[in-house]
Each structure stands twice: as C-alpha cells, then as structure tokens.
Ligand binder design. Structure first.
Ligand code: ASP
Length: 439
C-alpha cells in the first residue's frame, strides 16, 4: 500500500498543527510521499504566508522597503521550528530570498517560497528526503503544466526514494524559471505525485471532514458525503462547491487513483472518498446539493420559432460575439430562454438585446434577473423513480415557484432555477426531503 498525503495550509499553520500532521504520517507506514502547502491562517484574523509573500514581493517591485515584512515571514517559520524543537536554521535561505527579491526574480518565485520553506521544515521534522519541486514539476515555455514530462521526471525520482517530501504549488520551466499553479494549486502537485508514484490512494488533508451534502452556511450541520464519483464532483463544483482545486482531479482520475478528503483536526473521521466508479449504494438518493446565485434569464418569444431553421444559432451568435457564456438554455415551442451570469450580462445588456432584434426579429423579449440555480446531484437518481417528483413537491410545499428545470441526459443531476429570495429555502426544502426524512 502506497499513499500520497497532501496537507493544506491550515494543517501546517503552526507547530501544534505540524505535530498533528506528524502523528498522522507516522500512524501509517503507507503514507510515504508528503506534499505540503505553505503555512495558512492560525485564526480568522491571520494572514496566509503565501499572501504575505505576494505583498512583500510587491514592495520589492515598487522599490519600497520590504525587509520588515520578510522578517515577519521568517518569524512565522521560526515559531514553527522552535515549537517543534528542531535543529534547523532558515537564515541562509532567507538571505537568498532577500537577494532574489532585490533582483526581482518574479512573482511566482516569491509565492513559491512558502511551500519550499515549509517542505524543508517538514522533511527535517519527519526525516524524509526533500525533493525541490522545481526539479520534478515541469512547465512549458507558455507557463502551462507539461504533465507528461512531469510524470517522467517525478516517477524517476520517486523510484529511488521510499519516502519523500515534495512541496506543493510550484515547479519550473526548462530554463529554471519558477512557475506556480493558480491559488490552491498544491492539490494539483499532490495529484501529480500520486500518479507518478502509482499510489493506491491520494489523501488530501484539510480542515473539514470531506464534502458536505449542502452548504453549512445554509444547512446547520449538514451530513458529509461518504463516497462521490468524479463526475458527480464536477457537477457540484460547477455549482460552487469547493474543497479541492479543479485541476487536481485529472491526473489521478486518469490513473484510477481515488482521492480521500480528510480532516487533520479530526483524523478519526473517514472523510469523503472520490472515485471513478462505485457499486456502493449511496446512503441517500442524492449525493449533494449545490447552488449559485446571480443569474439573469433572457426569454425570447416568436411565433413559429421552432420551424425557423438557424434561429437558435443566430441568437447564440449574438452572445458569442459579445463574449458572454451561456449557462443553460431551456426552450418551449415558441420561446427560448437563456441563462447567463447577471454581472457579465449587465455590462453588455443593450448591445445584446439590439443584436437579438436584428438577428431574429422576435415578437417579444423578457428579462428577469436575481435568479439562482440549484443542482441536485446523485448517481442514485438514475435508478430511483420519482426523484424529480419529490424535488418539485418539496419545493411546492415550501411555496417556491420553479422558474426552470433542466435534467442532464446523464440523469446525474437536476437543475432548478428559482428566485434569489427563495434560494436558501429551496435548498433547505431539498435537504429536508432527501436527507432529513431519509428518502
Ligand atoms: N499556498 C498556496 C495558496 O495559498 C497554494 C496552496 O495552498 O495550495 O494558494
């Protein structure tokens, strides 16, 4: 058994958190490759080291004094080192960083130091060899990840080492220039390491016990999702549920390696397992509910629209020309409705309306804003009759008017559009019917 374990910033924010991480790793010999983030927030008022590095480098670029802030960053690491009673000094590393900031080595270089330094500490703490991610995570000259080259380099290095620490979030181009992923990108490094190591499991340790069935800001103490497929996860993240960086899914999915989201502060919880496929019956008919606010709908009406060849294309072209992405497109016999993000649409509203008039000469256009979309997602819906019926009766009982319905052909999700004011109540009603009453 071989596991890759990635720890997020809050899991490595202080010496206390490092000790929990140490215990987790030592508890299982299979936990062999460790991918750390930079130290995150210790409390709500705190600043992530990555943000401090971005700010500090900005000062350097503006030729303003940056040493005070750099010393504060150094102090965060010293606190961890002292709290763990390690014989380790980062003085030389900070001297190099200072020089490179003066030489303006690049914003990605600056941000990457958070993970790099945390990697040195954790490798010292665990006694695992350190691999600088710049040697094994390769970006092309456009700054995009070269995943095949990365896989070759990483696999070769990991083959030589039974245990290792590989810092998250960054890598380098062929010429040595440091490049980072987008924010939260250590998740991607973990995934790449898991693929290259041919791991049995990628454990992603964070500060929540996995994905929750619904947003805890709307539902008090929602239940956690035990098992979710990659496809279900895609549907839920599209609708706003986030725990894992989106790009972290592809490398492990390709290799058939499951991801287990775990909680460093509650290691006894089994968390959420993300898998390619499973015959494990989901506990509830639905796997999760997610929603996003802030949509607008444009309904176009024209008699005999459905016999006019090219009608849809002409309408859609207007949106395309204006650079507006379309989220959903329910239609009737003489109407079509287009759902778009309200704030994107607002800026171009009049151009688009004029464009539609010119393109298809409609009888009527109606606009509606302040709409929310809610996705009810679950592989269990496929084999259960009446899921849609239950959704609509739950919403009707809660006096919520459904503005739109869209069921994906995969039968994996049903999306309903409701008014912004009904958004939270709709989610509550759906959670109640599918989870609380255990149907
Ligand atoms: N430290 C980086 C960030 O704050 C990367 C990560 O934590 O995954 O975005």
């Amino acid at each position: 058994m071989k596991k890759v374990v990635k720890f997020g910033g809050s899991s490595l924010a202080s010496a206390e958190q490092f000790k929990k991480v140490g215990e987790i790793i030592r508890a299982e010999d299979a936990r062999r490759y460790v991918v750390p983030s930079a130290p995150g927030k210790r409390n709500d008022q705190d600043t992530k080291v990555t943000d401090m590095l971005y700010n500090c480098y900005q000062l350097a670029v503006e030729e303003k004094p940056f040493l005070d802030l750099l010393n504060k960053i150094h102090a965060r690491y010293k606190e961890i080192i002292n709290g763990l009673a390690l014989e380790l000094s980062l003085d030389d590393e900070f001297e190099i960083i200072r020089e490179n900031f003066e030489k303006k080595a690049g914003v990605d270089y600056a941000a990457s130091r958070g993970e790099y330094l945390n990697g040195i500490i954790i490798s010292n703490y665990l006694g695992f060899p350190f691999i600088d991610a710049s040697e094994v995570i390769r970006f092309d000259s456009q700054g995009g990840l070269d995943s095949e080259k990365t896989n070759t380099l990483l696999a070769a290095r990991l083959e030589e080492l039974e245990y290792a620490v590989i810092p998250g979030f960054y890598g380098s181009m062929e010429d040595g220039t440091i490049v980072t992923f987008s924010r939260g990108g250590s998740d991607i490094t973990g995934s790449l390491v898991a693929r290259a190591a041919k791991a049995d499991l990628y454990e992603n340790w964070t500060d929540v016990s996995g994905f929750l069935i619904a947003d805890p800001r709307i539902i008090r103490n929602p239940k956690a999702i035990e098992t979710i497929t990659y496809r279900e996860l895609r549907e839920l993240s599209y609708m706003g549920a986030t725990v894992l960086h989106e790009d972290a899914i592809f490398p492990v999915r390709k290799a058939g390696i499951p991801i287990n989201i775990r909680n460093t502060n509650a290691p006894e919880d089994s968390g959420t397992l993300i898998v390619e496929g499973t015959c494990r019956k989901p506990k509830y008919t639905i796997t999760g509910i997610a929603g996003t606010d802030g949509f607008a709908a444009i309904t176009i009406e024209k008699a005999m629209m459905n016999s006019e060849i090219g009608f849809c294309r002409k309408v859609l072209e207007v949106f395309e020309r204006n650079g507006i992405s379309i989220e959903h497109m329910p239609s009737g016999i003489d109407t079509m409705t287009i759902f778009v993000h309200k704030n994107e649409f607002e800026e171009k509203e009049q151009q688009i309306l004029a464009g539609i008039h010119k393109a298809v000469d409609p009888d009527h256009i109606e606009l509606e804003s302040d709409l929310a979309l809610i996705a009810v997602v679950g592989r269990g819906m496929r084999s259960t009759r009446g899921t849609a019926g239950r959704i609509f009766s739950a919403l009707a009982h809660a006096h919520i008017n459904v503005k739109m319905i869209d069921q994906g052909s995969s039968e994996l999700n049903i999306i309903v559009g409701v008014r912004h004011d009904d958004f939270k109540n709709a989610i509550k009603a759906l959670y109640d019917i599918f989870v609380e009453t255990q149907i």
